[in-house]
Design a protein around this ligand. Structure first.
Ligand code: ATP
Ligand code: ATP
Ligand code: CA
Length: 218
């Protein structure tokens, strides 16, 4: 059976989540208090309804507890976001993801039992900042406060060298998870695989180690 999702709040973030889920063939119920937003999603989502999710009876009549995953994408109205989340938790929704507006909002959401809290503006800001500071950093994914995965563009310094030549794990404590060469991706590179200029290296490691490697090799 297809997984059933509900997206509450059809702003830019919620709207984009909703559209992407629908494109992946999922069943999506789109919910917003704003009639115009709802009608915009009538042809995108499986169902689109005008509803205020801070009302317990409304949530119940939507059968919200039967959904596999509910995404709360109410941003500016923090009170509505918290109230909605609390009621989803109380109704026993199995998986609840909520967009947080700031750190305090995030703290409250975690306390009341949201299963996952996302911070898209902050996270995208961090990724873009890494990309702006170093033109070799193409993308950046924070795994924790100390560890990340980065995509680095190979320049002249590493071109024509193998992983053992560069001795990356031994020298920097980082692992190259994959090497992208045009359309081809080598997902388990060996010590004797060569790097060419323009290759994209996907590296996992501690931030301090990745920075050390970036400074001397990229
Ligand atoms: P964006 O993702 O565009 O940045 P935002 O974070 O600014 O969005 P808002 O525009 O504040 O978020 O809210 C997103 C949507 O949530 C709006 O379309 C709003 O109508 C809807 N919304 C707000 N409160 C409720 C509620 N109680 N029930 C259902 N939908 C709601
Ligand atoms: P290690 O104990 O570091 O795994 P090893 O002799 O098993 O050493 P090899 O696979 O032979 O390692 O690779 C030799 C060296 O090449 C490694 O020590 C490491 O510095 C580097 N190397 C090989 N593969 C990678 C990789 N995927 N990412 C980073 N460095 C690598
Ligand atoms: Ca916003």
């Amino acid at each position: 059976m297809k997984k059933q999702f509900a997206v509450i709040g059809l702003g830019r973030f919620g709207g984009s989540v909703c559209e992407s889920l629908a494109k992946q063939g999922m069943e999506v119920l789109a919910i917003d208090t704003d009639e115009d937003k709802v009608s915009k999603f009538a042809n995108i989502a499986t169902h689109a309804v005008v509803a205020n999710t801070t009302d317990e009876n409304t949530l119940q009549s939507l059968g919200i507890r039967n959904f596999d995953h509910v995404i709360v994408a109410i941003g500016d109205n923090i009170q509505s976001s918290i109230l909605t989340t609390l009621m989803l938790v109380e109704q026993g929704v199995k998986s609840i993801t909520v967009k947080a507006q700031n750190d305090y909002h995030e703290k409250v959401l975690n306390k009341i039992g949201a299963h996952r809290v996302v911070h898209p503006e902050r996270d995208m800001g961090i990724r873009i900042a890494h990309n702006i500071v170093s033109k070799n950093v193409l993308d950046y994914l924070e795994l924790s406060d100390e560890y990340s995965i980065v995509e680095l563009m190979a320049g002249k310094k590493v071109a024509g060298k193998s992983l053992v030549d560069l001795n990356i794990r031994a020298n920097y404590g980082c692992n190259i998870m994959a090497i992208k060469q045009g359309e081809e991706i080598n997902v388990s590179p060996n010590a004797d695989d060569f790097i060419q200029q323009g290759d994209i290296l996907i590296v996992i490691g501690a931030d301090t180690d990745i920075q050390r490697m970036e400074r001397s090799l990229f």
